[in-house]
Design a protein around this ligand. Structure first.
Ligand code: SF4
Length: 137
């Protein structure tokens, strides 16, 4: 979309884009995405140095969504029309790999900011497997 705006080209072929034209809502084709979070690249951390300098924790997301049903929460509205599962988690190996990467960038403190850390297929066994992986860092 940024490229289309910059080059003043047509937005009708940009998958997943919704916009208003002449007071009509236009929804382009929905893109089929991978549900596996491990397939995604690690987040760009181009503003992270500020957090390191202030010694504040760097945020880390190990899962998306939540299967809870709290009435006041936007999660339910967000996923009502979505085709994706309400909760998706990364593998332990993928999480540890990102933490190791963050360490190489000078990160000493992280904060996990998942809406729901233990959810989906994560159970007590997953937690017991995760904890030792975390301690060897
Ligand atoms: S994210 Fe928290 S508030 Fe929202 S549905 Fe899940 S448990 Fe409830």
């Amino acid at each position: 979309m940024a490229n289309a705006l910059q080059t003043n080209t047509n937005q009708t072929n940009i998958n997943g884009l919704c916009y208003k034209q002449n007071d009509i809502n236009i929804h382009n084709n929905i893109v089929q995405i991978s549900y596996c979070l491990d397939d995604l690249p690690f987040p760009v951390r181009d503003t992270m140095q500020m957090a390191i300098d202030k010694r504040t924790p760097v945020h880390l997301l190990t899962a998306h969504g939540c299967t809870g049903h709290c009435a006041f929460c936007s999660i339910n509205s967000f996923f009502k029309l979505s085709q994706t599962p309400k909760w998706r988690g990364r593998s332990i190996e993928n999480i540890i790999s990102e933490i190791k990467h963050l360490k190489t960038l000078g990160v000493e403190h992280i904060k996990i900011i998942d809406d729901s850390f233990v959810d989906g297929n994560r159970d007590i066994q997953w937690c017991l497997h995760f904890k030792p992986s975390f301690l060897i860092l």
